[in-house]
Write a protein that binds this ligand. Structure first.
Ligand code: FES
Length: 175
């Protein structure tokens, strides 16, 4: 642990946005800003949080570091190790399961040659299994970034992955 002060790690934009969130809560409820602050810190760091960055968030919010670790390690929204450029969150909960989410998961795994919790060698994609996304009416559903994709089929997955993949020499080929 390097114990770097918050201003050295959080970008000016991140700090400004955290400040905007803090204004929404009473001064004695700074803890309420932990989730948005962690989201902002994660976004500035290519989608994941290391220990120094979590410490920076805690210090900036004047909270015990454990209060920030607890949140960051609880939600699937946060990643504590490097992830791919595109994060695929496949719902496997009951409505999606009944509408063939297993087929969707297997199709993505076969196509990208990775399992849940893994990242393609070229860093383009990471795949995650998540609980209900609240999109049961469009099951099977998947979240990519902030976008929901519903009523998925293998063909829709093929088109989506092809549109997300960046052509790289010797990189992931989404066929
Ligand atoms: S069960 Fe998949 S979105 Fe609700």
């Amino acid at each position: 642990m390097k114990n770097i002060a918050a201003p050295d790690l959080l970008t000016k934009e991140t700090r400004q946005e955290i400040d905007a969130w803090l204004k929404k809560f009473p001064e004695n409820q700074r803890r309420s800003a932990v989730i948005p602050a962690l989201k902002l810190a994660q976004e500035q760091n290519k989608g994941w949080l290391d220990e120094d960055l979590m410490n920076a968030v805690a210090d900036y919010l004047h909270l015990p570091r454990i209060a920030v670790y607890e949140v960051a390690s609880f939600y699937t929204l946060f990643h504590l190790k490097p992830v791919g450029k595109n994060r695929l969150y496949v719902c496997t909960n009951i409505s999606c399961l009944l509408r063939n989410s297993d087929e969707i998961s297997d199709h993505i795994k076969n196509k990208l040659k990775i399992g849940f919790g893994e990242t393609t060698a070229d860093g383009q994609f990471s795949l995650f299994e998540v609980e209900c996304l609240g999109a049961c009416g469009g099951a099977p559903a998947m979240q990519v970034g902030t976008t929901y994709h519903e009523n998925l089929t293998p063909e829709k997955i093929d088109n989506l992955l092809a549109s997300l993949a960046e052509p790289t020499a010797g990189g992931t080929h989404v066929k």
